[in-house]
Design a protein around this ligand. Structure first.
Ligand code: ZN
Length: 167
C-alpha cells in the first residue's frame, strides 16, 4: 500500500524513533508499504517517520538494480573522510542543497530476516545511509545544508562535480 509522505514542516519529522524489539507481521507490512511508497516517489531512501511511523527503520536502494538495504535499528559506529554533495528529500519537495557527510562509514543494523550486519559503505551509499539515520534521529538534511541549489541548476551541478572528480 502506498502511504502518504509526511512533508516538512510537520513536527513529527523531528521526533526520535523507537528501537524495534521484534520483526512481527505489522513491521513486515510497514516495510512493504515503505518500499512501495519509496518506489512510487522515485526515492532512493525512506525512513519510517516519513510515513508517520515511529519505528527505527529505514530503507535505502540507490537504483532499482541495486541491493535493497533494510536498516532496522541502524547505528553508525565509524565515520571517516568528508565529502560535500547535493541531497534532496521526499519530505521536502523541490528543495536541493549541499551537505557535508562522512565519505566512509561503518553501520550496524538488523536485516528483515533478523540477521545482524556490520557493513562498510562509502560514497553515495554512505551518504544515503547517513541521511536516513538522521531521519530516525529527527534531523532533516536542510538543517545541515551548506548551500541551496536551485532545481534548474542541478544538472549543471552534477556535471561540474563529475568534471572535478574525474581527473
Ligand atoms: Zn529524507
Amino acid at each position: 500500500m502506498i502511504l502518504e509522505v509526511v512533508k516538512a514542516p510537520d513536527k513529527s519529522l523531528h521526533r526520535k524513533t523507537e528501537v524495534i524489539e521484534v520483526v512481527d507481521e505489522k513491521l513486515e507490512k510497514l516495510l512493504d508499504d515503505m518500499y512501495e511508497t519509496m518506489v512510487e516517489n522515485d526515492g532512493i531512501g525512506i525512513a519510517a517517520p516519513q510515513v508517520s511511523s515511529r519505528k527505527r527503520v529505514a530503507l535505502v536502494q540507490l537504483t532499482p538494480e541495486d541491493e535493497l538495504f533494510t536498516l532496522i535499528n541502524p547505528v553508525i559506529t565509524k565515520k571517516s573522510g568528508s565529502d560535500i554533495f547535493v541531497e534532496g528529500c521526499l519530505s521536502i519537495p523541490h528543495v536541493f542543497g549541499t551537505v557535508e557527510r562522512a565519505e566512509e562509514i561503518v553501520v550496524e543494523f538488523h536485516e528483515r530476516s533478523g540477521n545482524f550486519v556490520e557493513m562498510e559503505a562509502s560514497g553515495f551509499l554512505a551518504r544515503a545511509i547517513q541521511h536516513e539515520v538522521d531521519h530516525l534521529d529527527g534531523i532533516l538534511f536542510t538543517e545541515k545544508m551548506i548551500e541551496r541549489i536551485p532545481e534548474e541548476e542541478l544538472e549543471d551541478y552534477y556535471q561540474k562535480y563529475e568534471e572535478e572528480h574525474n581527473d
